[in-house]
Design a protein around this ligand. Structure first.
Ligand code: ADP
Ligand code: MG
Length: 647
């Protein structure tokens, strides 16, 4: 590159963003993008990935379209851009119709340089139509590891992004992620036709982090934890656990011992969670005992300790979680207090995600029976009926889309519950004549519960003679005015069935193979993580290698570098299952859940793995649910297999 464009980049960085220098890796990626090539940036969280698209966006002729998995991430990036006077906007489902249309108009006119969307937007045919009229120069995929089935956090909808790139004729893509193994990076490159030389990886090694593995049996965990927390360097700490109830319990123990601790998990009310997060961020709370729900978007610089009370879910999660420590560059300690007892718990997350044959058959038959017209899928309903969890169900639909069996048309909501903020009659008084009557009828045809009011859309339509559109527009308008809080619910996904000619049994087998190989892969990953902790000669080096970076020398400070002999997680002894009476243990299942429960369902019940069907039947309250949760799933499955008589 000549000096002029070089000047241009520096100038842009100063003037538009107010930054003095590029951070490591940024400039290389920016240049590659401006040279009209596709690229992958794998930098750890906080390393400044967003700038890799934000700066080029200002110099590209068309729009930069950014796909982001999390609304909150979109909001942060947008606020940043707006503060720098960069024309950016987002399109999401919480916007009013008017704002939505106005944003699209602005984009068409060229008044928006960066447009942020969630991947779900693409499901809407109307949106796709609008998109095809825009001039898009660059497609950015944030958290791009979600595209790979071999990574963590696989998101089925991401699999379709390469197809969208082609559909909308977008010349180049930029993939951003904080965690991609070489295998995942290869997978991403293959799907988007990106040459390997355009992968930029940087900075996994953080010399201020001291990584420690502390093999600890369950009974000694409290002591080990309080020891770790009491040692220098003292300061804000995060303790990660797997289960919500462990978060509660450990936080209580710590509080009793005089630590300033609070729990954080997805089972808590959002206000409560927010309050705890705010206290922690403000430095008024010393320790958060959290499940993985805590972390996304936590940008606190002085976190001194990240402790894994239970084993992390994967090496990727570990890397992200410890990445929250020591952002200020000061000495910080990351400790894993592990034993083999966590392994079945981690494996059970995986096993619960594999659909049963009969569930797949159920879903496929439903699709097949829709020989013409549109197929409406209520995901929650189908998830219960087929007893397939939401994520694998969505994956299943994406697989069928890729096979050209179904094609998404649009998504709509069936229910529009709302909560009054302004009194009902005051709202009515804002209108006159026919509109007033319409609004009165709308409220009259709504049922109010303790908090939420449920409009009966069909009844409103027939009483007023108005179309669905008008009812929804009115509700949207009230919401926009701040008179009500509208919470659309129960989405219905509408598909076109392109080919109902498929063979149910062949397709079931094909899907079952896909899901089963994914299952074995995920189980192997857990084993790989154990080996990483136990066998790495230097943990920092092992971690860097896992993400495709080479360290020239061991860190010298991690527990492996300091230890004299290899670390081993203590194993857990089990009583043999042969001593248990199968029939009496399983009686509650046949009595309360399903008289013809399959072996898989029995195993899931005994291991305490919830499926949609089991939660519907409140399996948690049934005797013996989770009774064998400490045993490896395979061991329980074999035992069930040996003992269950074929009816
Ligand atoms: P990532 O997406 O990799 O986690 P972000 O893009 O959110 O990281 O950037 C993290 C922080 O670094 C942001 O506050 C951003 O404004 C800041 N930042 C990015 N680039 C630079 C730079 N060249 N100089 C200084 N700060 C930067
Ligand atoms: Mg980011």
């Amino acid at each position: 590159m000549s000096t002029r464009p070089e000047m241009m980049l520096q100038e842009s960085l100063h003037q538009q963003f107010g930054f003095q220098h590029f951070l490591k890796g940024q400039e290389e990626v920016v240049r590659r993008v401006l040279a009209s090539e596709s690229a992958v940036a794998i930098f750890p969280t906080g390393a400044g990935k967003s700038l890799c698209y934000q700066l080029p966006a200002l110099h590209l002729p068309g729009i930069t379209l950014v796909v982001s998995p999390l609304l909150s991430l979109m909001k942060d990036q947008l606020d940043f851009l707006v503060s720098k006077n960069i024309p950016a906007a987002k399109l999401d489902s919480t916007m009013t119709r008017e704002d939505y249309v106005a944003t699209l108009q602005a984009a068409k006119k060229g008044d928006v340089k960066i447009l942020m969307i969630s991947v779900e937007r693409f499901k809407n045919e109307q949106f796709r139509l609008n998109l095809s009229k825009l001039n898009i120069s660059l497609l950015v995929v944030d958290e791009a590891h979600c595209i790979s089935e071999w990574g963590h956090n696989f998101r089925p909808d991401y699999l379709k992004i390469p197809t969208y790139q082609k559909e909308f004729n977008i010349r180049q893509v930029l993939l951003l992620t904080a965690t991609a193994t070489p295998q995942v990076a290869d997978d991403m490159c293959r799907r988007f036709d990106i040459p390997k030389k355009n992968i930029f990886t940087t900075g996994f090694f953080r010399k201020n982090l001291c990584l420690r593995v502390v093999p600890t049996i369950e009974e000694e965990k409290t002591k080990a934890l309080t020891d770790v927390l009491s040692e220098p360097p003292l300061g804000p700490s995060i303790v990660y656990v797997i289960r919500q109830r462990t978060a509660e319990r450990v936080s209580e123990i710590l509080s009793d011992k005089g630590f300033n601790a609070a729990p954080y998990h997805a089972g808590m009310k959002s206000e409560e969670r927010e309050a705890i997060q705010n206290r922690f961020m403000a430095g008024r709370l010393g320790i958060v005992v959290a499940t993985i729900a805590f972390g996304m978007g936590i940008d606190k610089h002085d976190i001194r300790k990240v402790v894994h009370y239970d084993l992390p879910k994967s090496i990727e999660s570990y890397s992200q979680e410890i990445g929250r420590a020591g952002r200020d560059g000061n000495q910080s300690v990351c400790s894993v207090l592990g034993n083999q007892g966590s392994v079945p718990v981690l494996e059970n997350f995986v096993y619960g995600d594999t659909p049963e044959r009969r569930g797949l058959q159920h879903a496929l038959k439903m699709i097949k029976s829709c020989s013409e017209g549109l197929l409406e899928i209520r995901l929650f309903e189908l998830s219960h009926d087929a007893d397939i969890r939401m994520l694998p169900l969505k994956t299943l639909l994406v697989y069928l889309e890729i096979e050209n069996i179904i094609k998404p048309k649009y998504v709509y909501f069936e229910n529009y519950p709302f909560r009054f903020i302004k009194a009902e009659d005051e709202i009515v008084e804002c209108f006159q004549d026919e509109r007033k009557q319409f609004v009165q009828t709308l409220f009259a045809q709504s049922k109010t519960g303790r908090v939420w009011t449920h409009p009966d859309i069909e009844a409103i339509m027939s009483t007023t003679g108005s179309g669905r559109e008008r009812v929804l527009t009115a509700l949207d308008y009230f919401d926009e005015k701040g008179w009500i809080e509208l919470r659309p619910k129960s989405s219905v996904e509408v598909f076109e069935v392109l080919n109902s000619d498929f063979d149910v049994s062949d397709t079931t087998n094909w899907l079952l193979d896909l899901f089963t190989s994914r299952e074995s892969f995920e189980v192997k990953r857990i084993q790989q993580m154990i080996r990483f902790f136990e066998e790495s000669s230097c943990l920092a080096d092992g971690l860097s290698t896992y993400f495709g970076e080479t360290l020239n020398h061991p860190c010298g400070v991690c527990s492996a570098c300091q230890a004299m002999e290899p670390i081993r997680f203590p194993s857990v002894e089990y009583r043999s299952l042969a001593e248990l009476d199968f029939d009496s243990i399983c009686e509650p299942i046949f009595d309360n859940i399903d008289p013809v429960a399959s072996k898989t369902l029995i195993t899931r019940f005994l291991c305490g793995i919830n499926t949609p069907n089991l939660s519907k039947k409140k399996a948690k309250t049934v005797k013996n649910f989770g009774r064998l949760a400490a045993y490896p799933y395979r061991v329980v499955l074999n035992w069930v297999d040996e003992n269950k008589r074929v009816p």
